[in-house]
Write a protein that binds this ligand. Structure first.
Ligand code: TYM
Length: 332
């Protein structure tokens, strides 16, 4: 079975709808036909300041959420990045193959360092995409299911893989981004020109999977919509309504056209009220299940221990090849 790999940062108490619809739902679906490796990117999280106690808590919450949404630990290795040392080790080797200018072109660094100025940003934030390339290449996956905002990092990953293969010997597989067009960029409910984001969205703009379902329903009902009253998918003219239609369609499996027909002549109010109900029905069991899983720390530990063992087995083998090819001494 071809491999699949992806990661998510433990930088909030809850995943949000952008994470879920943009990426995590595809993780669940891809389990069926692939050999998946899914991890919680704690090394990436510390590129910006984190409170140690919160970070530890959020890693476990992330693991519980992955299980609650249907990642099956029998099929998928679920692990925490820092428990597989090869990520940082390959990260270093790849940093030495990355041009300074090449790293500088990564738009996420520009965005994330914009606030405090480049001087205040950590070097880790600068090299973040190179570590991400290491995360991926260690497992030689075919697909990497992510949202649109990760596309540039996937391109860098492919460039670095090709460069290493060319300079030394064919070692890495060139991974393909797996980005579902319809949900690749879920927008902020209050500012439907920007993506829904844990760091940038206002509380009203972001639906958190573990939030009180009543609060999420209210956020849907008060989402910014566009002038006019027609429920129609048109990303240019009606980004707010189009975003809500995308969410509605993704959660129910109904075609957008079908939804447009159903709400023809009924206005935004009815539409948002119904979507709020769809959202409540979706998040309520998810939240209950996550809280239940969080009560069983021993089970979470067992899943993460097993996941790390499976990941280490694969990652160590790739790293050994890399060290060999680069010319590091192997003592017999
Ligand atoms: P992160 O933690 O920011 O987000 C996790 C996943 O959610 C997707 N996503 C979205 N998709 C659609 N619409 C949105 N508004 C939205 N917001 C977030 C992201 O694209 C991502 O797929 N650098 C990665 C973590 C990472 C990684 C990796 C991913 C580290 N190493 C290796 C893949 C492979 C990140 O910060 O994702």
């Amino acid at each position: 079975r071809p491999r699949v790999l992806s990661g998510i940062q433990p930088t909030a108490d809850s995943f949000h709808f952008g994470n879920y619809l943009g990426a995590l739902r595809q993780w669940v679906a891809l389990q069926e036909e692939h050999e998946p490796f899914f991890f919680i990117a704690d090394l990436h999280a510390i590129t910006v300041e984190q409170d140690p106690k919160l970070l530890r808590e959020r890693c476990l919450r992330a693991a519980a959420q992955l299980l609650a949404m249907g990642i099956d630990p029998e099929r998928s290795a679920i692990f925490i990045q820092s428990q597989v040392p090869a990520h940082a080790q390959l990260g270093w080797v790849l940093q030495c193959l990355t041009g300074f200018g090449e790293a500088r072109r990564m738009t996420q660094f520009k965005d994330k360092s914009a606030k405090g100025g480049e001087g205040a940003a950590s070097v880790g934030l600068f090299t973040y995409p190179v570590l991400q390339a290491a995360d991926i290449l260690l497992y030689r996956p075919q697909y990497v299911p992510v949202g649109e905002d990760q596309r540039q990092h996937l391109e860098l990953t492919r460039d670095l893989a090709a460069r290493f293969n060319h300079r030394f010997k064919k070692t890495f597989r060139l991974p393909e981004p797996y980005i579902l067009k319809s949900t690749a960029k879920i927008l902020d409910l209050q500012l439907p020109t920007a993506k829904m984001s844990k760091s940038a969205s206002s509380p009203g703009g972001i639906i958190e999977m573990l939030d009180d379902p009543k609060v999420s329903a209210k956020k849907i009902r008060s989402a910014v919509t566009d002038s006019g009253s027609e429920v129609r998918f048109d990303e240019g003219e009606k980004p707010g309504i189009s975003n809500l239609l995308t969410i509605y369609s993704a959660l129910t499996g109904r075609e957008i056209e079908d939804l447009e027909k159903e709400y023809d002549g009924r206005g935004y109010g009815d539409f948002k009220k119904d979507l709020a109900e769809v959202v409540v029905e979706f998040v309520t069991p998810f939240r209950d299940r996550t809280l239940e899983l969080l009560d069983d720390k021993a089970q979470l530990d067992a899943v993460l221990r097993d996941g790390a063992a499976r990941a280490n087995a694969v990652a160590e083998r790739t790293l050994a090849d890399v060290y060999d090819r680069v010319g590091f001494v192997r003592i017999g």
